[in-house]
Ligand binder design. Structure first.
Ligand SMILES: [Zn+2]
Length: 377
């Protein structure tokens, strides 16, 4: 299972609420906690993503491995401890908070059956969400992942639940001091000071996040409130699969058109070094063309050998059109030749956003009133 665990979210295809999955007795097994359930969920995700080498970033409550007797044997909590020691899984006092923060800034799906009712005030994006949460469900002798409708919880339901779980103080604190991160990370910002290019989106690809002061994004140098410089387009990430396992990831820039093939012209994505020779020989020099418009991706075939498009739930593959761009969604597969394919990952925001947020979190972990007037995103 280790090869499916990503130490950072950057190479992950999904986030896993590890305590929730390991405790989910509906997935099978006779023990209150079991690692076998993670195995079933990883298989389900591999099926869904069409990638045998699919990877997850798993976050666990620190208490998960404490109750050793709840597991089928002592080897499982010992393995969890080793994974935590090597940084393959992340542990926290309460995993929900880092899990939801990461989900918010990366756009990655969250595998959990939790309702996250206590967090609907601090994470309003959960309300009514029908795409970002996946529930494992037993289907015969295997497990499948289904998109969840998180529904809307009313303030009365939320506050009742918060009271029930004795998290009232925490919830109020989160509601008052937490910045709506999604509103900040999904916009570009610009400093009004003349000549200040610190946040200039045209200056390069590096993502720089504003400093937050009293809920307002300000320039790190000039402390002036930043001007909204338009929406930050979600990124598109493609994965190259060899024999159904991811071997490489490419990030496509917004509003670009790029050729992909064995050896396309300059500016294209060349696959010849990334594929085994016998596969590379069967891929055309210019095999297909990808166009990113906003957050949407379309593919068009260029190869005389053709490209086959496989969609989840479709009865079978269809030839990719050579005449017009065809929308390419998360988990769709474009087969260049048997054994070599492209698929689209679920990542929506640049990895740098979450990385910057993680670094700032490490610097100032406390979110209490003492830190509330100036905090890094
Ligand atoms: Zn400035």
């Amino acid at each position: 299972m280790e090869r499916h665990l990503a130490a950072t979210h950057e190479e992950a295809d999904a986030l896993v609420d590890l305590s929730n999955v390991l405790r989910d007795e509906r997935l099978g097994g006779h023990h209150p906690r079991s690692l076998h359930r993670l195995r079933l969920v990883l298989d389900a995700l591999a099926d869904r993503a069409g990638d045998r080498a699919v990877r997850v970033h798993a976050v666990a409550d620190r208490s998960l491995r404490r109750a050793g007797g709840a597991f089928p044997g002592p080897a499982e909590p010992a393995l969890l401890a080793r994974w935590a020691g090597r940084g393959l899984i992340e542990e926290a006092g309460d995993a929900d908070e880092p899990l939801l923060d990461l989900a918010e800034v990366t756009g990655l799906p969250v595998i959990s059956r939790d309702d996250f009712r206590d967090f609907r005030t601090s994470h309003p994006w959960i309300q009514g969400n029908t795409t970002q949460f996946l529930a494992p469900a037993r289907e015969g002798d295997r497990v499948v992942l289904r998109e969840r409708d998180m529904g809307i919880r009313t303030p009365a339901q939320i506050s009742r639940k918060i009271e029930e779980s004795d998290l009232k103080a925490h919830g109020l604190l989160a509601g008052r001091h937490r910045r709506p991160m999604r509103e900040i990370v999904t916009r570009h910002w610009r400093c009004p000071e003349r000549g200040c290019a610190l946040y200039d989106r045209r200056r390069g690809s590096q993502v720089r996040l504003p400093l937050m002061r009293h809920g307002v994004p300000v320039c790190e140098l000039h402390r002036a409130p930043l001007a909204d410089d338009g929406p930050r387009t979600g990124i598109v990430q493609l994965k190259l699969l060899v024999d159904g396992a991811c071997v490489h990831r490419f990030t496509l820039d917004a509003d670009t058109t790029v050729e992909i093939g064995r050896a396309p012209d300059a500016g294209g994505i060349a696959l010849y070094r990334l594929l085994p020779e016998e596969l590379a020989r069967r891929v055309s020099r210019r095999h297909l063309i990808a166009t990113v418009t906003g957050g949407d991706l379309t593919l068009r075939n260029l190869s005389s050998r053709g490209t086959r498009l496989l969609r989840p739930g479709a009865p079978g593959p269809v030839p990719l059109s050579a005449d017009r761009g065809v929308p390419f969604h998360v988990n769709d597969i474009a087969e260049l030749t048997p054994g070599a394919a492209l698929t689209r990952s679920a990542r929506r925001y640049p990895a740098e956003i979450a990385a910057a947020w993680r670094r700032s979190g490490a610097k100032a972990p406390a979110r209490g009133p003492a830190h509330a007037d100036t905090e890094w995103l």
